[in-house]
Design a protein around this ligand. Structure first.
Ligand code: AKB
Length: 338
């Protein structure tokens, strides 16, 4: 008999790390952790199996399902926006073809065990593309249907994967004689810039926030690559994990859409600097904009409307900017670097 399991890809990443930590305490299913890099021991011991492998390796995925019955997938593996700009072809393969492999696997597993397979997919504010800073300011809190004109390969990848997920959930095999519902149950969140004290993301364009905080905590000067007035929404990791878990637990009939905005707070880079300095008064933070990367951040909205998530599945952030700093970031980082 195959054991029922939850598959987490990108398990070593910023979201995967926090999610597996929570799984360890609340779920009765085995966790299969898959990442291109070997998992560290702390994660390893929380999982039934942890595999250093590639989501593009279809033989690997087939070996997985020969031993485990996949009942849910948290597909977190991705090349983030800056890194994807340097390697767009690889980003397309990993971010799109990798996701397609997993959607097909989810459908196949659902047909095996007869239950829909929740497929949790972190999308991003990178799917938005505001044409200039004046329009960005006027647009304010954008809805899911607004300004879907991504300007990065990563944003294009996330936007297309949202559509693939909706297709696999609602239309896949629509012309087949045995066209049955109940295969993939795709659910996606457009995350803002995520900030974790435990892991350092690599290759994100919103990473200036987490890089600034970690540099200050280590007493290292930090040259911020966006301008002081660059403003986007942010979320600390506990809220990101909370939103994923709430969306996963929502009854299917409560969902009026498959892709939801979520956010906790928006800050300009100068407001971020001021908050960091209030906790690390000796921090050296300089603004040295890198025009191409700063331009990417300028295409992202300064805030998002998350009212559909609040209405459909009772989303509500736990961390305001102040609480994020006082109760999560500063205590967590002080422990990390003490
Ligand atoms: C990135 O910067 O690429 C990500 C994102 C905003 O999705 N953190």
């Amino acid at each position: 008999m195959r054991k029922p399991a939850v598959l987490v890809t990108g398990a070593s990443g910023e979201v995967g790390y926090g999610l597996i930590d929570l799984f360890d305490s609340v779920d009765d299913m085995d966790v299969i952790a898959l990442d291109i890099k070997p998992l560290d021991d702390q994660l390893h011991e929380k999982c039934a199996v942890s595999i250093a492998g590639d989501i593009l390796d279809e033989n690997l995925l087939q070996r997985l399902v020969s031993e485990y019955e996949i009942h849910a997938i948290y597909h977190l593996a991705a090349l983030l926006s800056t890194r994807a700009e340097y390697t767009p072809d690889t980003a397309h393969r990993v971010n799109v073809e990798g996701t397609l492999n997993l959607l097909k696997l989810a459908h196949e597993q659902a047909r095996w065990h007869g239950h829909a397979v929740p497929f949790l997919f972190p999308s991003s504010i990178a799917v938005y593309g505001l044409p200039d800073t004046e329009t960005k300011k006027r647009a304010g809190r954008v809805r899911e249907i607004d300004w879907n004109f991504p300007t990065t390969m990563y944003g294009c990848n996330k936007s297309y994967c949202e559509m693939l997920g909706r297709y696999y959930t609602l239309h896949y095999r629509q012309l087949a004689a045995d066209s049955v519902r109940g295969g993939v149950d795709f659910r996606s969140l457009r995350f803002p810039g995520l900030i974790s004290v435990v892991t350092m993301p690599t290759g994100g364009t919103s990473d200036y926030a987490v890089e600034m905080i970690h540099a200050a905590a280590q007493g290292r000067p930090y040259d911020c690559f966006v301008s002081e007035d660059a403003k986007i929404p942010f979320m600390v990791m506990p809220d990101a994990i909370k939103s994923l878990r709430l969306l996963a637990a929502a009854p299917a009939e409560a969902l009026t859409q498959r892709v939801y905005n979520v956010t906790s707070f928006s800050l300009t880079a100068a407001e971020l600097r001021d908050r960091v300095l209030s906790h690390f008064p000796k921090a050296v933070i300089r603004f040295r904009p890198d025009p191409p990367r700063a331009r990417i951040v300028d295409t992202w909205p300064e805030d998002v409307d998350d009212s559909p998530a609040r209405k459909d599945w009772k989303w509500e952030p736990d961390y305001s900017a102040s609480r994020a700093f006082n109760d999560y970031l500063i205590p967590g980082i002080s422990r990390l670097y003490s």
